[in-house]
Write a protein that binds this ligand. Structure first.
Ligand SMILES: C[S@@+](CC[C@H](N)C(=O)[O-])C[C@H]1O[C@@H](n2cnc3c(N)ncnc32)[C@H](O)[C@@H]1O
Length: 254
């Protein structure tokens, strides 16, 4: 009798523990997990919308540089005598379509699927043929090696997790003689006032936006094993506020 009573008592303790701790904890974890995914989706959609809205402003501020940079695509198009195969990494909403030779075959790689609708509209506007890949520059395993005449990336290397892995992948997917076109904001000179503020702000800046303002992209491209690299640093106008300056653009040939 006393043994049965003890069993019933321990059952009650287990039941109470499950009801008052295990179930509520599971419910909280489930709700947090659900909202984390939902929140991430909402954030990605809003980010894509906002970034697409800023395209005309950024393109106005970089028009002269982008025109000069991408003019070499026209030369490539002429030399090859066919439409170009271009891979744009971190394509966003297609900010660079206006600068490509019309009817290029552009593969747009971006982790954020909410850009697709903007890419569709912008590709029609600028008469480009696009297809989409969801993924990260650091691992483009879905892309064969030696595939593209040109790889383009503008304002992306500040956001990737690994610059060196991304550049290794860029070089892999380019055809021999293919060209990597880039335009990025970079770390200011060491010891400069801007460099000091970049170092101070970068932890919070990168946490909030995923964008790093202290990346030494020029050096990273030079170290990436391309046959030839040309880089031009420049100082951007608004909207590149002082901590997201200077910028650089360049072409690296495989
Ligand atoms: C500041 S936006 C620039 C978009 C566009 N290239 C432009 O110039 O307007 C950065 C883009 O890089 C993408 N991105 C972030 N991390 C990435 C990664 N690891 N690989 C490829 N794209 C990435 C983002 O989704 C976003 O579209």
């Amino acid at each position: 009798m006393s043994h049965d009573f003890k069993m019933a008592e321990s059952d009650l303790v287990v039941k109470a523990f499950v009801v008052s701790w295990v179930l509520p904890c599971c419910a909280i974890i489930f709700v947090l997990h659900f909202f984390k995914r939902k929140f991430k989706e909402i954030f990605s959609a809003v980010w894509a919308y906002l970034l697409n809205k800023t395209v005309p402003i950024v393109n106005k501020a970089t028009k002269r540089h982008k025109k000069k940079l991408f003019s070499e695509l026209l030369d490539q198009r002429k030399d090859l005598g066919r439409d170009l195969m271009i891979l744009e990494i971190g394509a966003g909403g297609g900010a660079n379509f206006a600068f490509y030779p019309p009817k290029s075959n552009v593969t747009c790689l971006d982790p954020n699927r909410y850009f697709d609708a903007y890419l569709e509209v912008n590709s029609k506007k600028h008469r480009q043929r696009v297809n989409y890949l969801k993924g990260f520059a650091e691992n483009m395993e879905m892309v064969e090696s030696d595939m593209y005449d040109a790889v383009v990336c503008t304002l992306v290397l500040c956001s990737v997790r690994s610059t060196s892995k991304s550049l290794e992948e860029v070089r892999r997917v380019l055809k021999p003689g293919g060209k990597f076109y880039f335009l990025e904001h970079i770390a200011a000179e060491k010891g400069s006032l801007t460099g000091y503020f970049q170092g101070l702000l970068n932890p919070i800046w990168s946490f909030m936006s995923g964008c790093h303002i202290t990346r030494e992209t020029k050096q990273a491209v030079r170290r990436a094993g391309f046959a030839r690299t040309r880089i031009t640093p420049f100082n951007g106008k608004f909207p590149f506020v002082f901590v997201i300056r200077p910028l650089c653009m360049g072409i690296a040939t495989k």
